[in-house]
Design a protein around this ligand. Structure first.
Ligand SMILES: C[S@@+](CC[C@H](N)C(=O)[O-])C[C@H]1O[C@@H](n2cnc3c(N)ncnc32)[C@H](O)[C@@H]1O
Length: 238
């Protein structure tokens, strides 16, 4: 399923995330031993350093990153967009519980066809979502299009690991343990079998950095977190 392309991939991903929406946060916390919260905070801080205005989080899911963006000084408002209505409902409720309803907006929409004019946002993020896009290049170009010149674009994504002992341990964990936990907690083994496969088929960090440069970003770089299983990429629109 991780090899599907275009609309077929989009339909598969949409069905998968509507099935697991209610268990998504719990599964994320279990799978990453709670570390995804820290990675998202780091991503938001990196994105908003010296930035002021309105922030965008594409494929926001249950809204963690949009909420983190809203906490950053300089950010007046944060907008999260996702294909799946169930995710958007959960994001709204999360932001309400954090007393951020006035500072956040969550809308249903497609990240490869963002419903915003050019140069709308001060910055934009994508968390654990690029792997799921029907077209990665378009998703990144769309983020670049809607961000103002000088604005930063940051992505947080699992990254393929092919060599070494740690890589072998993580592959065992992702391919054997995660589907089992997915079955027990979310009653959905296939969703959590797709997850490690989609990482295997995703770009190496250097290649993703190249895609970001080709989309018109400068000062592109990345840092690895989570024992090098996760990469935070950043770049600036000129
Ligand atoms: C793995 S979740 C990531 C959620 C959240 N960003 C996070 O960091 O926890 C991937 C999300 O991408 C959304 N998604 C997939 N394709 C999309 C698209 N074309 N446009 C908007 N959202 C999309 C899914 O609905 C899902 O909520």
């Amino acid at each position: 399923m991780a090899t599907l392309k275009g609309q077929e991939r989009q339909n598969y991903v949409a069905d998968l995330f509507s099935r697991i929406a209610k268990r998504y946060d719990l599964m994320n916390t279990l799978m990453t031993f709670g570390m995804h919260h820290r990675w998202k905070k780091t991503t938001a801080k990196l994105t908003c350093d010296n930035v002021s205005g309105v922030a965008l989080d594409i494929a926001t899911g249950t809204g963690d990153l949009a909420v983190q963006l809203a906490y950053q000084s300089g950010i007046e408002h944060s907008v999260g967009i996702d294909l799946i209505p169930e995710m958007i409902d959960l994001a709204k409720s999360k932001s309400g519980k954090a007393n951020l309803s006035e500072k956040t907006t969550f809308i249903i929409g497609d990240a490869v066809k963002l419903p915003f004019p050019n140069n709308t946002f001060a910055c934009a993020t994508a968390g654990f979502s690029l792997r799921n896009m029907p077209d990665l290049n378009t998703a990144i170009k769309e983020m670049v299009r809607v961000v103002q010149p000088g604005g930063r674009i940051t992505t947080l994504e699992l990254t393929p690991m092919n060599n070494g002992l740690i890589s072998r341990l993580f592959r065992f964990y992702f391919h054997r343990v995660v589907p089992l936990v997915g079955y027990i907690i979310a009653r959905d083994r296939s969703a959590y079998t797709y997850l490690p496969q989609s990482v295997d088929y995703f770009l190496e960090s250097d290649s993703l950095a190249e895609v970001m440069r080709s989309a018109g970003l400068v000062d592109v770089g990345y840092r690895k977190v989570g024992c090098r299983t996760v990469a935070i990429h950043y770049g600036m629109k000129v």
